[in-house]
Design a protein around this ligand. Sequence first.
Ligand code: COA
Length: 335
Amino acid sequence: MALRNSRIVGLGKHLPAKVVTNADLTRVMETSDEWIQQRTGIRERRYIDQDTGAAELGAAAAREALDRAGLRADQMDLILFATLSPDYDFPASACVMSRLLGVRGRAAFDVRNQCSGFVYGLAIADRFVKTGRAQRVLLVGGEVHSTGIDLSTRGRDVAVIFGDGAAAAVIAAEPDPSRGILSTHLHAQGKYAEKLWLEAAASRSRPRLSPDMLEGAKPRIFPYMDGKYVFKHAVTRFPEVILEALSANGCTVKDLDLLIPHQANLRINQMVAMGLELREEQMFNNIDRYGNTTAASIPLALYEAVEAGRVREGALVCLAAFGAGFTWASALIRW
Ligand code: COA
């Protein structure tokens, strides 16, 4: 059977209404708007203001993506949910979201690859469609960080960066081999697992959760990040994986219409742009308004780039991610 391509046929997003500015954070921790903006480019982020799980945010984004694709949830052959903040340890948020969408009996699973989760999910969706195992796939990136970060001076280095949100893509078969997802490139290196991680509660500890995990200078129930280390690796891996995607398709940086990098830190993205000698119009960023929404950040930026008219039909678009694991990944798309 001849392989076919897959293509994104609908996008959706959902952000909680509550806006948390840098000034708001100065009320709960010692920080400043200037420090946050200078180091990260973030001005504000969104937090849920009531008990809402990642699946609920994801379902709202999915409904919009399905609407825009002119499809129903029960027409999806596969449902993927990329997240590092699932509603529960188990079952998967993909299952919880399927229930919210009223879908029964479809394959559904989570992709637990943090900031690279959406691109990993896109690679899975693409393979399912390419090999004829699925006609249509729903891929969601959704995160609720605000309930899991240390919103005090102790946790400020990590807490100021992250925000809640979700975005979704519907992926469908594309008969034209020159259109759609041209290739995906996935990498991981577990050597640095503890440079960016959430240690507890976890199966390695007996009991999995104990009072000492809540104590100390860096309580183990909150995410830990060696910020400088992560920064250094990110600015190397991003250009590598972007060039890998371009060269796999016989393209160069000059052919690229738009790069949508993961929104971890504006300074990382600016260094990547400088290294690759990208023109300003070749990169899209929206971290200033949402912070780092991990698995949701790339589809959220893609959605807004399309809305802003930055992705025209036929445009060459590269998605690129780097995150915990470490994992890094890219996808090249002919829109
Ligand atoms: N507000 C004010 N001061 C803060 C702060 C905050 N939110 N967080 C940390 N600081 C302080 C530190 O305590 C330190 O003070 P000291 O010099 O008195 O010890 C000082 O600011 C510098 O901290 P440092 O950690 O060296 O800052 P940095 O320049 O490395 O910037 C990050 C920190 C997190 C912004 C940066 O390392 C980064 O962006 N890393 C990559 C993050 C990332 O991409 N994560 C997601 C991966 S996908």
